[in-house]
Every structure is written in C-alpha cells, then in structure tokens.
Design a binder for this molecule. Sequence first.
Ligand code: AMP
Ligand code: MG
Length: 406
Amino acid sequence: VIPLGEAQARVLEACATNGTVVVGLDDALGRVLADPVTAIDDVPPFANTAMDGFAVHAADLAAADPEHPVRLRVVGTLAAGAAPDVAVGEGEALRIMTGAPFPDGADAVAIVETTRSDGDDVWVSAPVDRGAYIRAAGGDLVAGQEVFAAGTELSAGHLGVLASVGLRSTRVVRPPVVGVLSTGDELVEGDTPLRPGQIRDSNRRALLGLLHGDGFEAIDLGIARDDAGELEVRILDGAERCDAVLTSGGVSMGDFDLVKAVLGRIGEMTWMQVAIRPAKPFAFGTVEGTPVFGLPGNPVSSMVSYELLARPGLRRMAGFAGAELRRASVAAIVDDDSCDPRSDGRVAYLRVKATVEADGRWHVRSAGKQGSHQLLAMARANALAIVPPGEGVRPGGTVQVLVLGT
Ligand code: AMP
Ligand code: MG
C-alpha cells in the first residue's frame, strides 16, 4: 500500500505534455498557451476620455465652484469612434463621449455632471486636476510588451486580452483525447431490461462527464466483457485511437479482475494499492506508449480515482505544470459527524456539500451515504473532505477540502 503522492508521481512520470495546435479564440478557453503573446499595438491605441464630459484646460477652471461657474465656448462634439479635427484653445471646451480620442490642446475632462450647457457655451461648476479622466495610450499594454508567457491557462479574461491585441487564433497545447472503456460481464447499457445479476453501466457516463468538464476530448469506447481476449483488443484499439485510456473495473482482487492481467501482458503496467478510501486499487501503465488508467469499478471509486490520479496526468498532457496539476484544497469547518475518526489507515475522501456561510468561511456537511457503490452522495457533493487516518475531525474542527469544479 503506497501513499497517494507516490501513486501520483508514478502517473506524472509517464504523462508527457502533448504537442501544440493553433485554435480560434472560441476554442481556446481553458487551454494552455504554447507560445508567449506579444502586443503589436498599444492598448488603448490612443489617449481617450474615461467619462462623458468636456475636454478642457484645467487652468481655466481653477476658480470654478457652484456659486461661480466658469463659462467656456464649446467648439464641437466628439463621439467614440470619431477622430478629433479641432484643437481646444484656452477658454474653450470640446464635448466628448467615453472612449472618444482626447483632442490636442486640452489637458483634462470636466465630467458632464459638473456642467450645464447654455447654447454654444457650457458652464462648469467644479475645478479639475490636469490629466483627470484621460486614459493614456498604452495605459494597459505597451506595443512590444510580452502580455502572457507560454504555459498560461487561458481564461475568459485572457481571451479578451488576446482579442484586444488583434489575435483571432493562438497556439495552445493540444488537450488529450481520452477513451473511456467500462469492463464487466454484469454491465448493460441504458434502459435495457435487467436480467438477474445485471446492473447498468454508470461509470462510463460519469467519467465522460468528468473529462468534458475538465476540457479534454472524450471518446466512448463502450463496454468490454470480462474476457482477456476481448479486453486486449479493446484496450489496444483505445490506445491507438487516443492519447490516454480510462478503464473502470477489473483491477481489484477478484477472480475475474482481468484488466490488471491484460495490461501487464500488452503494456508496461504497475498495479498499486493506494492508501485512500475509496479508490484503493489502481492499475496504471502504458500500452504502445499510451497511458492507461485502470480505475476501480465501484462508481464512487472510479470518480475519486479519476480526480486524484487520472486528472493530474491528463492535465500534464494538456500543458499544465506544477501546482496547477492538482486541485488546491481549502480549509473548511466541519458541521456534522461526517469526518469522525476511522481506523483503516487510509486517507478518506468523503463526499461533502461545501458552502460559504454567513461567517465568510467554508463549511462542510455530509452529502449522503458514503459507500463506494453509493453514487448519489457523489452526485450531490461538490467537494471531497480529506480526512487523515485515525484522528478524524470532530464537529467544529477544520478539515481540508477539495472543492470540485474550481
Ligand atoms: P470490479 O472492480 O470490476 O470488481 O467492480 C467493482 C464493483 O463495481 C462491482 O460491484 C461492479 O459491479 C461495479 N461496477 C464495475 N463497473 C461498473 C460500471 N461501469 N458501472 C457501475 N458499476 C460498475
Ligand atoms: Mg468487474
């Protein structure tokens, strides 16, 4: 039995970063930038006004107050998108809208709230500081500046910045294509009537969902029977078509747990007993160079095993590195007896509901029954509470929590 960290290290060793691909910005969300991005122009490209108002000379308004407003002559109007064709002289003002280029001559904006128009003139009732409400050219980005380094994960904000420097597409690390194969003689698909001993395959749908949620490309490889020949063919096929394969079932100690045996024969395989609950058994290896994750069959175990062991490896393939490979944990207050001590020597990953309460802190409660076959609590959970062996965490105590989907 090995600690989780050691199992994760073995996975990461075998998962190499994928090659790169150029994608349109619409397909770049969540991807990892392969090349640095440099600004070709200043952003903003020209000095402009941050407010609706009047471009003025600040010195003209030094004595302005509500009792003694200052009158200026309005020499024109400038909307966003227009180019200035007049300069602003002393005693003059140019009516100017947010985003409009700032005209020559003027040195501040008197915001519309401090003004009253009067025919061709405007009365200004407050002084302004030089430079007030003027957004400088290059105030966000300067031409030639490296905006983002290679390795940056692209969020919505990043896509906005890429668009602002004129990019329609960008080079990213290609996310892995991941096949999902269920294994087991007992499994049937969908609403097929159940014969004695049969159950419905839930792992495949759950794992495909996890892959989609993590931004990977998922391929449904179907169900394989507990037959060494069939498993071999199906796993080899998956390894050829995909960058990585997830199987579920067939990796524990039963007579028909053949996935281990097959992986051992057709690939380089390590079988591990990981000191966690659920998801203790885990087979990992490479088949023709393709990483194959032999996840346990119990539905909760397969999802937890994915989260803790497969996901970091797949994220490395997608270009993530360092702390970004694993989900960060947060501290939460335990509100019930869900984290009471156990004595199996394994770290428990409990299915919990985590919420931020009125005290501004994360709190957790059990999301339901904690058996590794009881998927309902996994569905209801939004977090896994990490409870070290032995001690447990009593109500009111603090536990580290992986908030899923963050
Ligand atoms: P195994 O590791 O193959 O012995 O499976 C462990 C448990 O998980 C057994 O109760 C299986 O019936 C169940 N199981 C295996 N694969 C699936 C699946 N795809 N969907 C739902 N339950 C499964
Ligand atoms: Mg099985």
